[in-house]
Design a protein around this ligand. Structure first.
Ligand SMILES: Cc1cc2nc3c(=O)[nH]c(=O)nc-3n(C[C@H](O)[C@H](O)[C@H](O)COP(=O)(O)O)c2cc1C
Ligand code: SF4
Length: 382
């Protein structure tokens, strides 16, 4: 646990929480039973690093989980893999069968998801393993204190756990020697979307977006200019080329109103309609919402309606007459500027009032599209 803390390793699933501190909490929580859970739900758009690791070197993950189990005193572990990864599921099952005698008394099994994005959220994932509907749990208690079946549980992303064998073999210092600021080690960055050289590139934190997209990625596959990249999956901000000197690390992206998430970068050329992308973000949230809290469950649907009205140029008489709740004359007079103010207000409510990051981060793609590409919303100068 001390070695993992000293390495500076932060969770690669999205939140970037220090892995060693999580393990310390599980270690310090007395219980007759503890669990290690590996999050291989990998739902972010354009990401495939977990799949490549599992398919290419499953023993690295098993070793990381066995070390975690030994460190915190856990007896059993689960690898929760998304159903869309049949080869990874088979590979993992076979590797576990081969490793059984090497990792004993620790035991390990694979659980397969059922296609819900929200089941990548750690508490919904635990509900799913318990055989329940994948709905987010309120925190506290943290899973490290009361997780799977109410027992202290380490839940980490594939890449976080797979970094541990290196940390123990080479030393925490060797791991911490690479990186940028508080983001230590390397990150397998996944370049996807409209990009000439798509793929997975493992680099130290601190590389700029320009180096990633233009130098490594070689620009768009279509040959047209890059207009935006979305970093961090469907909840990540859209970033324009004017901000491509941003270093790839947790703090720099947070300061710029974004997130690095699971390090997926999806590239778009100048034919993209950013109002449509903002609508897609809200619609995705509406479809994938677990339904537990109001800002996300209701807000995302209201958000889709708002963006539709903004794209249609404000409320037309027909639209207003089609909506019984909008027949009020004062409401029908609302201008496009008013609708945008309402959308911003809704985003603030979702950001601060949602129980988990699905509802809480959906405003990032929506507001970044609005802020950087106001012309796509029919606003001349923003
Ligand atoms: C909607 C949603 C989806 C998520 N999907 C994933 C996922 O697919 N894989 C993952 O590792 N973490 C995902 N997370 C983050 C997890 O909740 C959690 O932070 C992570 O598994 C902790 O492991 P780490 O500290 O090693 O990153 C998701 C979070 C949210 C809110
Ligand atoms: S934000 Fe959405 S997904 Fe998260 S708990 Fe609330 S309803 Fe569920």
């Amino acid at each position: 646990v001390d070695a993992v803390k000293a390495s500076g390793l932060r969770g690669r699933g999205g939140a970037g929480f220090p892995t060693g501190i999580k393990w310390q909490t599980v270690l310090d929580t007395a219980s007759d039973e503890k669990f290690i859970v590996c999050n291989a739900d990998e739902g972010d758009s354009g990401t495939f690093a977990d799949r490549m690791l599992i398919e290419g070197d499953p023993f690295c993950l098993i070793e990381g989980m066995a070390i975690a189990a030994h460190a915190v005193g856990a007896g059993h572990g689960y690898v929760y893999i998304r159903s869309e990864y049949p080869f990874a599921i088979r590979t993992m099952e076979r590797a576990i069968a081969l490793a059984v005698s090497k990792i004993a008394p620790f035991t390990l099994e694979v659980r397969v998801g059922a296609g819900a994005y929200v089941c990548g959220e750690e508490t919904a994932l635990l509900e799913s393993i318990e055989g329940k509907r994948g709905q987010v749990r309120a925190k506290p208690p943290l899973p490290a204190i009361s997780g799977l079946f109410g027992k202290p549980t380490v839940i980490n992303n594939v890449l976080s756990l797979a970094a541990v064998p290196y940390i123990l073999a080479q030393g925490a210092e060797a791991y911490a020697a690479v990186g940028f600021g508080k983001s230590r080690g390397t990150m397998p960055i996944q370049l996807a979307g409209n990009i000439r050289n798509g793929g997975l590139f493992e680099v130290g934190f601190g590389i700029t977006l320009s180096e990633l997209v233009n130098d490594i990625g070689g620009g768009t596959a279509s040959g047209r200019p890059v207009r935006a990249v979305q970093v961090g999956g469907p909840l990540g901000a859209y970033i324009p080329p004017s901000q491509f000197d941003l270093p790839f690390d947790y703090e720099s992206f947070a300061a710029a109103g974004g997130l690095i998430g699971h390090a997926g970068i999806t590239v778009f050329d100048d034919s993209v309609d950013m109002a449509k992308m903002a609508r897609f973000a809200m619609e995705f949230c509406a479809i994938e919402s677990c339904g537990k809290c109001t800002p996300c469950r209701i807000g995302s649907t209201r958000g889709v309606e708002l963006i539709d009205r903004i794209s249609a140029g404000g409320r037309s008489r027909d639209m207003v007459e089609g909506l019984p709740q909008m027949r009020n004359a004062a409401q029908s007079a609302r201008s496009k500027t008013d609708e945008i103010e309402l959308l911003r207000d809704l985003c603030e409510t979702m950001k601060h009032g949602s129980l988990c990051a699905l509802g809480g981060f959906t405003p990032y793609p929506v507001l970044s599209a609005l802020d950087h590409f106001p012309e796509d919303f029919g606003l001349a100068d923003g």
